[in-house]
Structure formats: structure tokens, C-alpha cells
Design a protein around this ligand. Structure first.
Ligand code: ATR
Length: 273
């Protein structure tokens, strides 16, 4: 049977095996999907061993995405732009192709929620790996303006300069943000420390859409905060998780699984429904 797995550390709580097993059942693909948690300095050797042993493809998650970028034979344009690889496929001619489906997953989930990015004003919080992965797919939707705000402003400026050729992207310090945004995306890891990005409550209004790439059984701190200040449409990163997986499955198997039912089952599995 064709074998796939997800590399991460820690990865024990990954939902990827659950999601891909449901995709495989739904599309009647014969495959198995497991977990690998190599020591941080053993990733390259473990990856090599997996493919030498007949593995067909893998997902890569924290903290290995940047390392995976340097280990594959060829990069998709979106992985090149992201500077990170979350999906690897062994091609028929024996080449390891590195791809990045995170940003496509975000955009697919926004669309699934009816958020139209065309001509909208978007605020992206954070300038780390998650923001970098999202930028090209977001700009491809042609927002009228995309502003990046980051605690370390220089990093936001650098990202904006790097993606400038793809659309109207600028960097602004948190304190200088103003005007009416249609969508705010939180890509920061602030909530891991129980923290919030330093955003002025006045930026929140009833029509705004709020997206937090993080997720949990209850509202993330950022979503909780946005609701308190009047946001009515809030979304967490669970949908993005399922959509990036669907994109990876499509890369591997050439068949696109449906995501709605799988997202419902995942929520049930997490005790959210
Ligand atoms: P990831 O790969 O998840 O993006 P990362 O590359 O470590 O992780 O980036 C984390 C992002 O969250 C950064 O933009 C970071 O801001 P800095 O560049 O200033 O470090 C942001 N971040 C983390 N904790 C934060 C906090 N408490 N408030 C605001 N931003 C925070």
C-alpha cells in the first residue's frame, strides 16, 4: 500500500492522519498515513530513509518546514516564495518535489466562508513563517491593499519588499494602523503565550471578517478579543488545516477530496461539535 506520513516535533497530536485517512476513504484511494517524530538533528536522515524505503509522500510541520525546503530536489513556485515546504511528493521519475499548500489552504477556507478578497482591504498580523506562506496566495486574489503589521516592524518591511512584485503590499507599525479593513488575519504565535497582538480595538467593526490561523476547542484569545469589540464573522485555523491537507492530497493523488464532511468529523473528534 502507498505510504505517506507527517514529520514534526512534537507531532503526536497531529490531526493529519485523521484527515488523510478520511480523504482516502472518501476518494477510494488505497494508502496509509502515519506519524514520524525524528530528533531535530535527525530529520534529513529520517526523511531520506522514508523515501528509500518506498514512501510516496509526506507532510512536514513545525519545526522542519524550512529544513525540508533545503532537502528536496525541486521546488514548486509557491514553495519557493514561501521559503518553506509542507508537502513532499516522490514523482514518477524519482524526484523529490517540495510544495507548500498552507497559503492555498487559507485562501480556500476564506472562500468556503464566503470571504471575497477581490478589491478588499486586508491586514495581516505577523511576519514569520506563517505570514510568508500566506502572502503569495493572498495577493493572487487581488485585494486592493494588503498591510502587514508586526511587533518587529523591520521584518514586516522586509516581507512587503519581497512580495511587492505580486501586488499592493505595504508594512505599517501596529500604532499607525488606521482606516477600515475588511479582513484581519492573525498569523502571529502570540496566543501560544496567552498574548494578543497589540491591535487598537477601533479597527474592529461589525462587517469585518476575522481569521486566526490558530485553533482550539474554544475561541482563541484573538477571536475572543475581536468578538468583545464587535466582530461578527470570526474564523479559526481548523478549516485551513483541512484545506491545506486537501491540497496536499491532490498533489499526491491527482484527485481532490471534499472538505466539508471531513471538517465536521474533525470537529466532532476534537469535541467541538
Ligand atoms: P510562524 O512560523 O508560526 O509564523 P514565527 O516565524 O516564529 O512562527 O513567527 C511568529 C510571529 O508571531 C512573528 O511575526 C512574531 O513577531 P516578531 O517578528 O516580532 O517576533 C509574532 N509574535 C509572537 N509573539 C507575539 C506577541 N506576543 N505579540 C505580537 N506578535 C507576536
Amino acid at each position: 500500500m502507498d505510504r505517506y506520513l507527517v514529520f514534526g516535533h512534537p507531532v503526536r497530536h497531529s490531526k493529519s492522519p485523521f484527515i488523510h485517512t478520511l480523504f482516502a476513504r472518501q476518494t477510494q484511494q488505497a494508502l496509509e498515513y502515519g506519524l514520524a517524530e525524528p530528533a531535530v538533528d535527525a530529520f534529513a536522515a529520517t526523511l531520506q530513509g522514508f523515501f528509500a524505503d518506498g514512501g510516496k509522500g509526506c507532510n512536514v510541520t513545525v519545526p522542519f518546514k524550512e529544513q525540508a525546503f533545503t532537502l528536496v530536489d525541486r521546488l514548486s513556485p509557491r514553495a519557493q516564495r514561501a521559503g518553506a515546504v509542507n508537502t513532499i511528493k516522490l514523482t514518477d521519475d524519482g524526484i523529490l518535489l517540495g510544495d507548500n499548500t498552507d497559503g492555498a489552504g487559507l485562501v480556500a477556507d476564506l472562500k468556503a466562508h464566503g470571504v471575497d478578497l477581490v478589491a478588499s482591504r486586508v491586514l495581516l498580523l505577523g511576519a514569520g513563517g506563517a505570514a510568508r506562506g500566506a502572502l503569495a496566495p493572498l495577493l493572487a486574489e487581488r485585494p486592493s491593499e494588503l498591510v502587514i503589521a508586526n511587533r518587529t516592524h523591520a521584518k514586516a518591511e522586509q516581507l512587503a519588499a519581497e512580495f511587492h512584485d505580486l501586488g499592493a503590499v505595504t508594512a505599517k507599525p501596529y500604532a499607525d494602523l488606521q482606516g477600515r479593513f475588511d479582513l484581519i488575519i492573525n498569523s502571529t504565535s502570540a496566543s501560544l503565550q496567552g498574548d494578543l497582538p497589540p491591535l487598537a480595538p477601533a479597527l474592529i467593526h461589525h462587517e469585518i471578517a476575522i481569521y486566526d490561523m490558530m485553533y482550539g476547542a474554544t475561541d482563541t484569545p484573538f477571536i475572543h478579543w475581536a468578538k468583545q469589540h464587535g466582530a461578527l464573522q470570526t474564523m479559526d485555523g481548523l478549516g485551513m488545516l483541512v484545506e491545506q491537507a486537501a491540497e496536499a492530497f491532490t498533489v499526491w493523488r491527482g484527485i481532490r477530496p471534499g472538505t466539508k464532511q471531513v471538517l465536521r468529523e474533525l470537529k466532532r473528534n476534537l469535541g467541538i461539535l
